[in-house]
Design a binder for this molecule. Sequence first.
Ligand code: ADE
Length: 220
Amino acid sequence: MIIDILTLFPESFGYLNSSILKRAQESGKITINLIDIRDFSLDKHKKCDDYPFGGGAGMLMTVQPIYDATKSVLKENSHIVFPSPSGEVLSAEKAKELSKYEHLIFICGHYEGVDQRVLDLLKPEEISIGDYVLTGGELPTMVIIDSLSRFIDGVITGESLTEESFSCGGLEYPQYTRPQVFEGLEVPSVLVSGNHQEVKKWREAESLKKTMSKRPDLIK
Ligand code: ADE
């Protein structure tokens, strides 16, 4: 998958170059390009924001630099995403759906938002990461990329994917690693019993218990 990120703040994407996403890029499963919207501004001072017509607080990102930056990477198979509180709220299902595209373009809004004509002309899919307002689309873009990348073949092991929270509609069971005892708290004995069938049964029961207590809304 190729991901082009259009932003005024390319320096804020360091997270994508660490851990699992770094490996996914090094192995060629994902290619992530950062495109500085400012490079496309036709303004002599490279300005990319302006006051809203009709008045109001703050600045808006202007349409021209975003439009031209998008056109510079747009292909037949591109899908454009605009992170925004107005969009559908991100879910595991949506992340999986996004992971199927060959080319994603993320447009990161900032300040008070973007000129409406960005949306009217480019018709991006708007996606929210929750009912709160952030200062820009940079963090939501990283959240969306992180969640969708887990569904790309080979980025994480198949087992992690099927066993993790939400994959079966509920939360993942509690997990433990060494040491076996810490501050008097012991790892449940079934997990060190070597009885795989019992381990599976325990995990299913714990998963259900945890979901019922923490997120009963997930149980249909
Ligand atoms: N931009 C600002 N707030 C946002 C949110 N909650 N989700 C996605 N994009 C946003």
